[in-house]
Design a protein around this ligand. Sequence first.
Ligand SMILES: NC(=O)C1=CN([C@@H]2O[C@H](COP(=O)(O)OP(=O)(O)OC[C@H]3O[C@@H](n4cnc5c(N)ncnc54)[C@H](OP(=O)(O)O)[C@@H]3O)[C@@H](O)[C@H]2O)C=CC1
Ligand SMILES: O=C(O)CCC(=O)C(=O)O
Length: 445
Amino acid sequence: MGIIVTNVKAYIESIKDQIDRRDPDQKEFQEAAFTVLDSLAPTLEAHPEYVESNLLAQLVEPERVIQFRVPWQSDDGKFNVNRGFRVQFNSAIGPYKGGLRLHPSVNLSVVKFLGFEQILKNSLTGLPIGGAKGGSDFDPKGKSDSEVMRFCQSFMTELQRHIGPDLDVPAGDIGVGGREIGYLFGAYKRLNGYQNGVLTGKGLTFGGSLARTGATGFGLLYYTNAMLKAQGDTLTGKKIKVSGAGNVATYAIQKATELGAKVITVSDSNGYIYDPKGIDYKVVKQIKEVERGRIRDYADRVESAEYHGGSVWDFDVDYDIALPCATQNEINKDQAKLIVKDGAKYVCEGANMPSYPDAIAIYRDSNVLYGPAKAANAGGVAVSALEMSQKVNGWHGALKPLIIDFKTSWKISSPSQKLLTRNTSLIRITKQVQTLPDLRRLLKQ
Ligand SMILES: NC(=O)C1=CN([C@@H]2O[C@H](COP(=O)(O)OP(=O)(O)OC[C@H]3O[C@@H](n4cnc5c(N)ncnc54)[C@H](OP(=O)(O)O)[C@@H]3O)[C@@H](O)[C@H]2O)C=CC1
Ligand SMILES: O=C(O)CCC(=O)C(=O)O
């Protein structure tokens, strides 16, 4: 046994060395990969055949990395060039699936870390979807609709040759919501004809799922609720800190409020709002989704709210639950210590990899219950898989009752039970509904 353990540890270290040798500058990818590798010793001890076949070397190497030029013209006539990426990480269990991110910080390391996390998250849903991620260092902030449209059209002109309903199905992520998916879908359609299943997160009038917009934030709260229930605890009256003010944060705040908790913060990359009376998600929606404004505008509209610059994780106030919903590495070791000091007992991750490894160690050492992103934010991609199953033109309207049924099936007690029921519900829909008469039959049941 001792010899096997030594071999396993040496094997893991050799994979880490290989990553470091090949891509020494990919800090985010290293962080994501090393965290997973460091957790795998018990699995490898139980399965020496994985070491024999050098499985980990395959796990950490993307099947395909696509990088391309994205030229586009701004409203002032200037020519700009951004860099586009799609990392098709792993298709062992299904077509590549994962979002597209538009943010100035996007580079190969960021897209690889996100793609790597996506493989594990997607397989955890139990659904047949592989892992991928993509995006560009284009910054949609402050751009006109026409500029965003021209960028998306140029981006898709290249990406379209690498994706397809059974090959790779992108969706949204930071900076990519309904508007961008619409432009991308239009550009794809123009080049390839109408293929409903090539993107998810589409508008409801052209094949989108009723549940997708809120799915990641809602799923995060169903997960958190289940975690509390497993402890004999409840969300009622709990004070929650949320970071971010985008898609995930907004719907997390909505569902937390509906489930009886009080969310006291919301933030963006400039600062945060503290509202001791509870954040009003309808005001956040108006500012972020309708006006595309900044979160500081909230304080001008709600009397009980204060706006402060800086990170919400440096703000010292007592609360019960931390829900980071902004971006990677937003919580460092000192901020994790503050979470503990402020009395929070639960951290559930809406964002991908929001906690540094040494922050996670603080949660663990302080008995803070921790819901990692790969499980806690999987609701979005799970509903994307449902949207993928709506490939046949015209079905999306008729599928609404099933989607509502699918949503209610989430509201059950333990995480494993929830995952099981969610998957059973999805599998029931996708297996039974192969043709329109099948759908009619199912709806009559
Ligand atoms: N959309 C989805 O379905 C899913 C998203 N996720 C993850 O959730 C997170 C949020 O995504 P989503 O809500 O879709 O993105 P959005 O673009 O809708 O919102 C992102 C929010 O995070 C803030 N933010 C971004 N970068 C930073 C930063 N460096 N520091 C502080 N705040 C920042 C943004 O503020 P600002 O406007 O100032 O940039 C904005 O409020 C990401 O980690 C994403 O990968 C995970 C699963 C699914
Ligand atoms: O819905 C999808 O396909 C992608 C969601 C996503 O990017 C994520 O889970 O991080």
